[in-house]
Write a protein that binds this ligand. Structure first.
Ligand code: HEC
Length: 141
């Protein structure tokens, strides 16, 4: 009697082990990790401009660029999209411009207004200027 009970426990124990864990599997029985797939797609969407998010923060924050530049309408300054398109077309260097070492190519008649900002942009690190550039380029599809 005792041995029968004992072997019953062994069998029950084995069943529990073989069914243990409730990991998700696909129809082929392979384990599926949902988190991994979502982060990978999110990453590939932004990978062309990894600093764009930081650039947006500076653009709207301490850079105060957003007071004059809106994504798709001209305000005091040209729209972000217009700037991005013209810089892409002419393969111009926005970082040089923001350091005050370039020439205006978007709206030279209004250059004096933009020029006043160089006092601020000259204090930005190269990475901060790159972030701004990437944010601006990321606005053009
Ligand atoms: C006081 C308003 C104002 C602010 C603030 C401002 N801009 Fe401008 N920006 C302008 C005007 C006006 C122009 C058009 C003149 C020109 O093309 O240089 C311009 C032009 C530009 C251009 C095109 C330059 C070219 O080659 O013609 C870039 C790039 C630019 N701004 C980036 C920025 C960034 C980045 C910031 C924030 C750090 C910023 N601007 C803040 C008014 C402003």
């Amino acid at each position: 009697m005792k041995t029968i009970l004992k072997s019953l426990f062994v069998v029950v124990g084995l069943i529990m082990v073989s069914c243990g864990g409730d990991k998700k599997v696909d129809k082929f029985g392979n384990p599926v990790s949902e988190d991994k797939t979502t982060t990978e797609t999110a990453k590939s969407e932004t990978s062309a401009f990894p600093l764009a998010e930081k650039g947006k923060e500076i653009f709207e924050g301490k850079g105060t660029c957003a007071t004059c530049h809106k994504p798709d309408i001209k305000l005091v300054g040209p729209s972000i999209i217009d700037i991005a398109k013209i810089y892409k077309e002419k393969n111009a260097n926005m970082i040089t411009f923001l350091k005050g070492e370039g020439e205006p190519i978007v709206d030279p008649t209004q250059y004096e207004v933009m020029k006043a900002n160089f006092a601020l942009t000259k204090t930005f690190s190269d990475e901060e200027l790159q972030s701004l550039e990437q944010y601006i380029y990321s606005q053009v599809k």
